[in-house]
Each structure stands twice: as C-alpha cells, then as structure tokens.
Write a protein that binds this ligand. Structure first.
Ligand code: IRO
Length: 313
C-alpha cells in the first residue's frame, strides 16, 4: 500500500516521521532518521543560543509502557547549527527536512525566521508554540492573543508554507478560537497536534519519589496514554481548518493501529515520539508494515481513501 503524502508542498515517501525533540538534536541522530524507514525528519526545537536544558533525570518512561514524562528544558545546539545542517542537507535524497523553532521570545523567533528566510532553503519551518517545560514561561499556544500577535509578525517573514506545533486543547471553545486564528494566515500549511500534555506528575510508589528532577517532577506527558486527546485535537482541527490546511498527528503512536486511527481522524502525516525514544528508529519500519497490513486487510490502497473518514454515531 502507498504510504506517501505531501505536506506544505513537500513530498514524503512515507507519512511517518519523528516527533520534534526525539532522536533529532545532533547531526548523527538526524542521519539515523534519514537512514531509517521514516519518510522525513524534524529537528529538535531550536532557540537563538544553544542550551544545555534542565537537570537530569529529565525523561522517564512510565510503568506498563503507557507513556513517558519529560522536562528536557529545550536542550539544543542553537538555531545556527540547524541552519547550517539545512544548508548542507541533500534535498534530492527523497526525504524532506522540517526545522523546528521555539524562540524564547517573539524577537528570537523573528530573528530565527529571518535567518531561514534569507537562506532561502527548501526545508519547512515548524514553529513550536507549545513547550511546556520552561520554568516561568507560559505556553504561547495557550495564549490566543499572543499567538495571533506572533503569527502576524512571523507568517509574513516566513513568506512560504509553514507549520505550527500545538499544545493539546481540552475545550471546544479553544479549538474554535485557535482554528479561527490559523485560518487567517494563508501560509500556515499545517498544524501538528499534539505536543506533550503539559505538567503531569509521575511518582514512583516504592520510593515515593517523582520520576524526574526539574520543576518538582512536573513534565509533559506523551505516549499511548495521550492517544485519545491527540485523536481529538487532530480531528478537531481537521474539521475546522480550511483552504487545504493539513494536520500532522503526534501522540500515542506505538503501532500501525494508532497510526491508522490518526489518519481516520484526519492526519496527513504521523509523528512518533515516545515509542521512537523507547524502541529506536526500527519503529518506523515496524509501524509502516503494521499500517500496510491493516490497510490491506481493509482493502485500502492509499491513505486518501480513509483520511478523515472517521464515522460518528
Ligand atoms: O522540554 C522540552 O525541550 C520539550 N518537551 C516537550 O515535551 N515538548 C516541547 O516542545 C519541548 I521544547
């Protein structure tokens, strides 16, 4: 079965890729993604300057393989590292490149977007409005006015199709408000739903201790346990966005089954985070095979035949 897709004007031979933040901080990790069955890759969210991030332990899988908690604190090499990578990238290799940016301020995001604009590269920018782990920094994705103000500055600078990484929303009014904002910007080509479910607390019952060190153990939740929230966000924006805007799913994909569900919900591509962290890049081959088996069993030849076709009662 054909798993290819197009997003923001670039073609992915396989709709599976990594979630920003996992296995994508360093060039060697990005090369592992290129060498895997993933159809594309997205870099770790970049800030103006390099960052070490929060003290460790800052990531932990949850017991029973239900998910993960993280408070990495935006460790990255600084945007110029990823700009150089994007300049050297072989855009004829068959897999497109997505670059994630998470400025600590609008000025930082503006400077980084201007630098990528001036470099005039085929990579696609994904602006991260949803990092939940910067002490004292509220997520822009939860401040509708600030998010719109930022987009009014950034969208014209970027000047070509780009995407936004969104936090999970839990209120229908927020789906409505956010989608109404995004529909005002023609070059928002897609939204990626969802980032981790912010500020969960994982506690080990034997040691009576939080699993991670930063922020008293508070961190973003990912993995299978966030699947239904992720499906809802994917479908809510799929129903609300217009003019061909697409949705990339992220959240709870551990097998072909969850990837299939996300496509039913409306996803054009599917990112894998926690399961990639736990299993390694072989996850892309496994999930691709499982998805193709499901499609064959159901008689689907390509994903267009069932994308967004979730039935209601
Ligand atoms: O703590 C992080 O680095 C982080 N962790 C997440 O779960 N989502 C994000 O967008 C980020 I920038």
């Amino acid at each position: 079965a054909d798993l290819s897709t197009s997003i923001a004007g670039v073609k992915l031979p396989n709709l599976l890729l990594n979630a920003s933040g996992v296995n994508c901080r360093y060039e060697n990790e990005l090369q592992q993604l290129l060498d895997s069955s993933a159809g594309s890759l997205v870099t770790k969210s970049a800030t103006l300057n390099s960052r070490d991030g929060n003290p460790e332990p800052r990531y932990a899988p949850l017991a029973g393989q239900i998910g993960s908690i993280n408070s990495m604190g935006l460790p990255n090499q600084g945007y110029e590292y990823y700009l150089e990578y994007a300049k050297k990238f072989d855009y004829n290799n068959g897999k497109p490149l997505f670059i994630s940016l998470a400025g600590m301020s609008l000025a930082d995001n503006k400077a980084m977007c201007e630098a990528f604009r001036d470099a005039n590269l085929p990579c696609v920018l994904e602006i991260n409005f949803s990092c939940p782990n910067l002490p004292g920094k509220p997520q822009l994705g939860y401040d509708m006015e600030a998010m719109e103000a930022a987009l009014k500055v950034l969208a014209p600078i970027i000047g070509k199709p780009f995407g936004i990484k969104l936090p999970p929303y839990f209120d229908i009014a927020h789906f409505d408000q956010a989608a109404a904002i995004f529909n005002k910007f023609d070059n928002i080509a897609y939204v990626t739903c969802i980032n981790s479910v912010g500020n969960g607390l994982a506690i080990d019952w034997e040691s009576e201790t939080a699993l991670i060190k930063p922020k008293d153990g508070f961190g973003g939740l990912g993995g299978l346990m966030v699947l239904q929230t992720s499906l809802a966000n994917v479908n809510a924006f799929y129903r609300r966005l217009n003019n061909g805007k697409q949705v990339i799913a992220c959240g709870g994909v551990t097998s072909g089954k969850e990837a299939f569900l996300h496509i039913l919900a409306g996803a054009s591509a599917v990112q894998i985070g926690t399961q990639l962290q736990e299993e390694g890049t072989g996850v892309f081959e496994r999930v691709s095979k499982e998805l193709q088996e499901i499609m064959a069993a159901k008689g689907y030849k390509n994903v267009e035949e069932f994308r967004g076709k979730v039935k209601t009662l």
